[in-house]
Design a binder for this molecule. Structure first.
Ligand code: HEM
Length: 141
């Protein structure tokens, strides 16, 4: 019973983490096309609030509830699907931190990339989402 409550919370924070991880690079796409000063400043505020207010707490809570699930049922630690999923989580955290670096470059008006680059960058977490959900639901190995 406790396990199922923790799993529900884990999934809720996975959803909010991904909402932010898809939206922030989308803001970068439009920010990279912005030429007026008020628009530039508005994007900086939106990006900072999204990153600090939603993305960071969601990441911490997803990982915390995931670890709690493993603590309640350590048998998952012996299974291959979990090892691969954890590798994907490490990649996702790397992507998250990369977003933070890009955000700070925008904040200093030192962005180096164009909107097309951000459109491709925006697609990377799709791979993690598809692979991780298949791994936890199908548990193929
Ligand atoms: C350190 C981070 C994480 C750990 C330790 C972790 C661990 C776990 C564990 C042990 C379960 C329970 C599996 C079961 O009861 O069958 C689970 C479920 C789940 N995890 Fe994670 N997870 C982490 C991050 C993520 C991420 C980033 C995603 C996003 C793709 C994710 C998506 C899910 C989903 C959708 C389920 C529900 C599976 C079901 O329907 O039973 N997890 N996670």
């Amino acid at each position: 019973m406790l396990y199922l409550w923790i799993k529900a919370l884990h999934i809720i924070f996975v959803v909010t983490w991904f909402a932010a991880i898809f939206y922030l690079p989308r803001l970068f796409v439009y920010h990279a096309q912005t030429e007026d000063a008020p628009g530039n400043e508005r994007f900086k505020v939106m990006e900072r609030k999204l990153y600090r207010g939603i993305m960071n707490p969601s990441a911490v809570l997803t990982v915390a509830f995931g670890i709690w699930l493993l603590w309640l049922n350590p048998v998952w630690l012996t299974q291959g699907w979990l090892h691969l999923k954890l590798a994907l989580v490490v990649a996702l955290i790397g992507y998250h931190l990369w977003c933070g670096r890009l955000l700070r470059a925008f904040a200093r008006d030192e962005n180096e990339y164009g909107h097309r680059w951000y459109r491709w960058f925006n697609e990377l977490p799709v791979i993690v989402l598809v692979a991780a959900v298949i791994l936890v639901e199908v548990k193929p190995f």
